[in-house]
Design a protein around this ligand. Structure first.
Ligand SMILES: [Zn+2]
Length: 456
């Protein structure tokens, strides 16, 4: 009897956010915070944001926005209120394990993906990431995407590629991660098959010719789907640009010597979206050397089944020897020039992290990437706008996401500090609101948060 009752109450609690999402009675105000709205504009001090259902119905200074009587008020005094972050390059199947081969062996190929994907999704919400573009996973991800959409588990709004298209097979990754092609016709046919199977975007990986890319782009665009390409070398970038690829992923992430000015100029002039992913080796590795304790925290341990956590810790034993970081000293030297080349050229940029590559946990990846962009020449306001407004535009959701404005979806984070003064304060996300549903870090609990939200 007791057990039955408990099971019933757990189900009620789990379904609460989904109810809020559609529930017009879901109404609250966020009052007193410094609002950074996603534009590269000065902040609004003492702001008020009204949420009704899953939308923002008003946002502005306290003297302009009236809080209706009787609705719950989240006190944001001393904190920063800003749009939910958009990570344009994530891997929901990864949680930061040190070595891909060993990780997939441990998971039994893809068998335990349903155990680890929800951990990654929760970590991203903790980091304030409310939308993520997953670039490369088996279609096991669709079930997780749908559970998040239904409000059954916490996680960001997911846009997924499913398996990537490549001419070169990647060993050590299960076959269901990749579609290997050897002609433009096959590339186009596979792109359409992927879209039919559930891909929201197409990802291309290695070895595709210019004609392959043209065929993929034509097929994807015929269905209104964007193409993201994994690129480092100049000739591959030129092929992608000529083929009309929508988003250039990884360029500028310091694997290469400096890029030619003419290429940078073309990318900036044509506003071809760039996602650099610079932090995942170049900043994460020295941060770990400086403080190896970041790999083993009670927060990480609490989120994982004991055997998964133990296996992660084993993989970090001699992190300096991990093959993922083999070229990192060279990359650190390259990064001094080419991580800032795209920033100085004023390329149109979103923010992507490649999380959770080795030691690049979803809980930290986005602020580390934004911090690396600031180190490389962005102002904090530009890095925030790249991770919000530009990110939304790049995925074609600029009308609904990316800024705090009347009519937009209520994807909002409350940060304990001022990221305009110190971007690293994005490490302290107190509240993450997605689609109007409130999730909070238990460290920042309050009576109102308990009433209208859920702890992570
Ligand atoms: Zn990636």
């Amino acid at each position: 009897m007791t057990r039955l009752f408990l099971a019933f109450s757990v189900i009620l609690v789990i379904y609460m956010p989904a109810a809020a999402q559609e529930n017009e009675a879901n109404q609250y105000a966020i009052v007193g915070g410094m609002m950074v709205d996603g534009y590269e504009a000065p902040p609004v001090h003492n702001s008020v944001i009204l949420v009704h259902g899953n939308r923002i119905v008003a946002a502005g200074p306290a003297h302009e926005v009236i809080v209706p009587d009787g609705i719950p008020v989240i006190d944001a005094r001393g904190k920063t209120v800003m749009p939910g972050l958009i990570d344009l390059h994530i891997h929901l199947d990864l949680i930061g394990h040190g070595d891909y081969d060993e990780y997939y062996n441990f998971l039994g190929g893809t068998k335990r993906l349903p155990d680890v994907m929800p951990i990654a999704a929760k970590h991203m919400m903790r980091a304030g990431v409310t939308t993520g573009v997953d670039l490369g996973s088996p279609f096991d991800i669709l079930a997780v995407r749908d559970k998040i959409r239904a409000g059954i588990i916490p996680g960001p709004r997911l846009i997924v590629s499913g398996p990537w298209i490549t001419r070169i097979k990647l060993d050590g990754v299960p076959d269901s991660y990749q579609v290997v092609i050897d002609s433009p016709e096959e590339a186009a046919a596979k792109a359409l098959e992927l879209i039919d199977a559930g891909s929201d975007v197409i990802k291309t990986w290695l070895g595709l010719t210019r004609d392959d890319l043209k065929a993929v782009v034509k097929a994807a665009h015929s269905r209104g789907v964007k193409v993201h390409s994994h690129l480092y070398k100049v000739p591959a970038m030129e092929d992608a640009i000529a083929a009309g690829v929508d988003v250039l992923q990884h360029v500028g992430s310091a694997k290469m010597p400096p890029y030619p000015q003419a290429l940078l100029r073309k990318i900036a002039e044509d506003r071809i979206p760039v996602v650099q992913t610079i932090a995942h080796r170049i900043w994460v590795y020295p941060a770990t050397e400086a403080n190896p304790g970041r790999l083993n925290t009670p927060e990480l341990e609490a989120d994982m089944p004991p055997d998964v956590f133990a296996e992660m810790q084993r993989s970090f034993k001699n992190f300096r020897a991990l093959s993922y970081f083999r070229d990192t000293p060279d990359e650190i030297r390259h990064s001094k020039i080419n991580a800032r080349q795209f920033i100085d050229a004023n390329a149109y940029m979103g923010v992507g992290t490649d999380a959770a590559s080795p030691m690049n946990f979803h809980t930290e990846a986005i602020w580390r990437e934004m911090s690396a962009l600031v180190d490389s020449g962005m102002t904090p306001a530009r890095a925030i706008s790249a991770a919000t407004k530009s990110g939304a535009e790049i995925i074609g959701m600029g009308r609904d996401l990316g800024t705090l404005e009347t009519g937009k979806l209520a994807d909002i984070i409350i940060v304990d500090g001022n990221p305009l003064a110190d971007i690293n304060t994005l490490d302290y996300v107190a509240v993450t609101i997605k689609d109007g549903n409130v999730w909070y870090d238990p460290k920042y609990t309050s009576a109102v948060l308990k009433q209208i939200g859920q702890a992570f």
